[in-house]
Design a protein around this ligand. Structure first.
Ligand code: ZN
Length: 459
């Protein structure tokens, strides 16, 4: 299998870090970011690479040559004038005979590409987008998917054209602008979204590359090629918790450097066992308000976003597991529950925090409620304190349960954690353990999520 890497980027926004080198050559701890990509491809058995170059192409060619020094076979396609993120594919289509991988050359990443390509082949999609939650969804392109991962919509930069036209806006200003819009707009729900961002990694059928027209002007991969395919239902999204980050700003460049130094980039590769902090939802992340039936009633607890942001920067994944019997009772539809979670992800995103996954149990065993949904009324294996949700997440995300934690405000969370083989923290927010249903003793007790995260990270 081949990989095509778009390595023509200028790197204008990060001039303060490096000037006069192409973006993919920006050094991180003494090594160009592109070299990290090539090493990762090689680990996945992909050694046949085409580099699409443009800006200062010679410096890339001089460094990597024919790839033999790196145990790879590298060929080049040079754009005399920039053709956009897809234009070169028109000329390369003769060399691409089977499904291939397409990467943007300025991303720091460590990805299990074998797993990604297996997903792509399995769906039969023309294009599979690699998507993930990130710490700045408010200025990223958001991907909307249906429940089976088919991409339904592609929403550009949530700050809108006015933000783009006024040039780079400091991150803090952008955050507050997003918060302002969220809190003031009459139709607020339209602005809530799942934190699901296009990362800049694609699996593609050879025919899709062949369909790219000869570039008369720049052709944008996302806008001109992928969006029309979304309308035809031919694009899927692959959700991953792996480390993929662009270095578009000096701030992000520092984060990436630290993540490489600490080993986080490689640790998050899904070929390795992951460590996770499982979080209860109501009373742990958001304020306890009885059963939340409408998105309007969801409010984050003070400090929760900051605590989750620290999990995101640590070696742990952040995964929410929550019982939502309101669905079985007919008090909250799946659609409204989705709206609640969109609001939560939007509020977290505005503060630079995200959850890697959220799993819920919609079931309840006791029949006889007016308006209940009969098909959800049964004794399931996912309602906490059963371990079903955690077991499912562990399978999905290669989580090593023995080095993972459960944090919650109810004794049933603690019992659930123990049932799944996790260590546990009881937080004093929400119910603060007052449900008193189980006598499990938590390994740790904390006043709130922030303190719980402190305690776990210190161990
Ligand atoms: Zn269930």
């Amino acid at each position: 299998m081949k990989a095509v890497i778009m390595a023509g980027g200028h790197g204008t926004r990060i001039r303060s870090v490096a000037s006069d080198i192409p973006k993919p050559m920006i050094p991180v701890l003494g090594k160009p970011v592109l070299q990290y990509q090539l090493e990762c491809l090689k680990e996945n058995g992909i050694t046949d690479v085409i580099l699409v170059t443009g800006y200062l192409a010679e410096s890339i060619r001089e460094y990597f040559g024919d790839g033999s020094d790196f145990g790879m076979s590298i060929s080049y396609f040079n754009e005399d004038k920039p053709m956009g993120t897809a234009g070169a594919l028109h000329y390369l289509s003769g060399e691409l005979e089977e499904d291939f991988l397409l990467l943007m050359g300025d991303l720091m990443l460590s990805v299990d590409f074998t797993r990604f390509m297996a997903f792509h082949k399995n769906t039969g999609a023309d294009v599979t987008l690699f998507v993930h939650p990130n710490s700045h969804p408010y200025d990223s392109d958001i991907i909307v998917t249906d429940t089976v991962g088919r991409t339904e919509e592609y929403i550009e930069d949530r700050c809108g054209p006015d933000a783009a036209a006024s040039g780079p806006v400091p991150q803090e200003d952008r955050r507050s602008r997003v918060m302002e819009v969220i809190s003031k707009k009459a139709d607020r729900s339209g602005l809530w979204y799942h934190n699901c961002v296009n990362a800049g990694i694609y699996a593609m059928k050879a025919q899709t590359a062949a369909s790219v027209p000869e570039p008369v002007e720049k052709i944008d991969l996302d806008k001109d090629i992928i969006r029309p395919l979304i309308a035809d239902g031919k694009v899927c999204a692959y959700q991953s918790t792996e480390y993929v980050k662009d270095m578009g700003t000096p701030e992000r460049y520092e984060e990436v450097t630290e993540a490489v130094r600490s080993g986080l980039v490689r640790q998050r590769n899904l070929s390795r066992p992951q460590q996770c902090i499982f979080l209860d939802r109501d009373g742990t992340v958001n304020a306890e308000r009885g059963f939340i039936r409408r998105a309007e009633d969801l409010e984050l607890l003070p400090g929760a976003a900051e605590a989750i942001r620290r999990i995101n920067a640590s070696r742990y994944l952040a995964v929410i597991v929550t019982n939502q019997p309101v669905v079985a009772r007919g008090e909250c539809s799946f659609l409204e529950l989705d709206r609640i979670h969109k609001k939560m992800e939007t509020l977290l995103g505005a503060e630079g925090a995200y959850i890697d996954a959220l799993l819920y149990c919609p079931h309840h065993q006791d029949r006889g409620f007016e308006g209940e949904v009969p098909e959800l009324k049964f004794r399931c294996s996912c309602r906490k304190p059963a371990a079903g949700l955690i077991d499912k997440a562990a399978d999905l995300l290669h989580i090593d349960k023995t080095s993972s934690w459960m944090v919650g405000d109810m004794t049933q969370d603690i019992r659930c954690g123990h049932n799944a083989g996790l260590k546990t923290v009881l937080v004093k927010t929400g119910m603060g353990g007052a449900d008193g249903k189980y006598d499990d003793v938590p390994e740790l007790t904390a006043s709130c999520l922030s303190e719980a995260v402190d305690m776990i990270l210190k161990r």
